[in-house]
Design a protein around this ligand. Structure first.
Ligand code: NAP
Length: 286
């Protein structure tokens, strides 16, 4: 890639950002699409977030990704936000349109994009979500905005699950799907579940050896089981589901899906899903 006077910049803003795969993915996309653009990381401290976001305008960046811990806080510094991002209450992608900063959320849609790439259909499915944090919220809201599906949210802190349920079930006309259950982990039962998604961090880091709500997991063979975690590449949760005969997917599909959708917002171009997944899989596994 040749950087010259016409090169446009896209930034990742968060703290920490060193371990992100986004620079790899987007620079790969710029290269394969022959675009004169570059993607770089910016570690931004909380006190400097406003200036950091204003910098996108001031320096005429093409846009940015926003990551932990600023996805919600950033909203106050934007000029407009998409319906999806407003309902989720978080932004992970910003486009600078002639000095107008527009916020989007591609996390939940990216998860759906990843499932679609695997040929999984969501319409009329019963989907059980473990967890009710930021990732669960974006997935439930995007699923219910786009599809006629039934969602059950299982979380320790019931109030967080109820908040998501309230957004979906009390916004007239916006949503095609419904949250049909909010349950405590002790009440978890999977009898009628078609798709089960782990949106908790259990399975990575200090929780690497643990399976979420293990005593309640009665997998059945026709169930599709997903984990948002991709490092380890196969969590104990996914391994158990696979041994019970379920089809399983790790969090790499979501990571790539959200990136591909952000890339499209900035450039209107595509990144090849399987090619970039293979590249990132190799980095994770080596
Ligand atoms: P978050 O906002 O902190 O939410 C974490 C959720 O997990 C909460 O609902 C919390 O329950 C639950 N939880 C945490 N520790 C638990 C424990 N020991 N036992 C039971 N429940 C527990 O986190 P997030 O941003 O939603 O991220 C969740 C996971 O998704 C992380 O592993 C993250 O790396 C992954 N993720 C992956 C992608 C991707 O692209 N693949 C994108 C985003 C996130 P309480 O509410 O009861 O505390």
């Amino acid at each position: 890639m040749i950087i010259n006077g016409k090169t446009r910049t896209v930034a990742l803003i968060g703290n920490p950002v060193e371990h992100s795969f986004s620079p790899f993915m987007h620079n790969y996309g710029f290269k394969t699409n022959d675009l004169n653009m570059i993607y770089i990381n910016h570690t931004v401290k909380k006190v400097s977030l406003k200036e950091g976001i204003q910098g996108i305008k001031a320096l005429n960046y093409l846009g940015a990704n926003i990551t932990y811990p600023y996805k919600t806080e950033v909203i106050q510094y934007l000029d407009e936000i998409s319906k999806e991002a407003r309902l989720i209450g978080a932004v992970n992608t910003i486009k600078n349109e002639n000095g107008n900063l527009i916020g989007y959320n591609t996390d939940g849609l990216g998860f759906i994009f990843g499932l679609n790439q695997e040929g999984v259909k969501i319409k009329r499915k019963t989907i059980c979500i473990l967890g009710a944090g930021g990732a669960a919220r974006s997935i439930v809201i995007s699923l219910c905005l786009k599809f006629n599906c039934k969602v059950v949210i299982c979380n320790r802190d019931i109030k967080k699950a109820e908040e998501i349920s309230y957004i979906v079930n009390n916004s007239d006309r916006d949503f095609l799907g419904r949250v049909v259950g909010v349950i405590d982990p002790n009440e978890l039962h999977l009898k009628n579940v078609d798709i089960l998604i782990n949106c908790t961090p259990i399975g990575m880091g200090e929780f690497k050896e643990i399976i979420p709500f293990e005593s309640k997991l009665k997998f059945n063979k026709r169930m599709i089981v997903c984990d948002l975690i991709y490092n380890p590449y196969e969590t104990k949760f996914l391994n158990l589901a696979k041994r019970r005969g379920c089809i399983t997917y790790n969090g790499l599909n979501m990571l790539i899906g959200q990136g591909i959708l952000a890339f499209k917002i900035w450039t209107n171009k595509k990144i090849n899903f399987s090619e970039v997944r293979e590249e990132i899989k190799n980095i994770i596994q080596n």
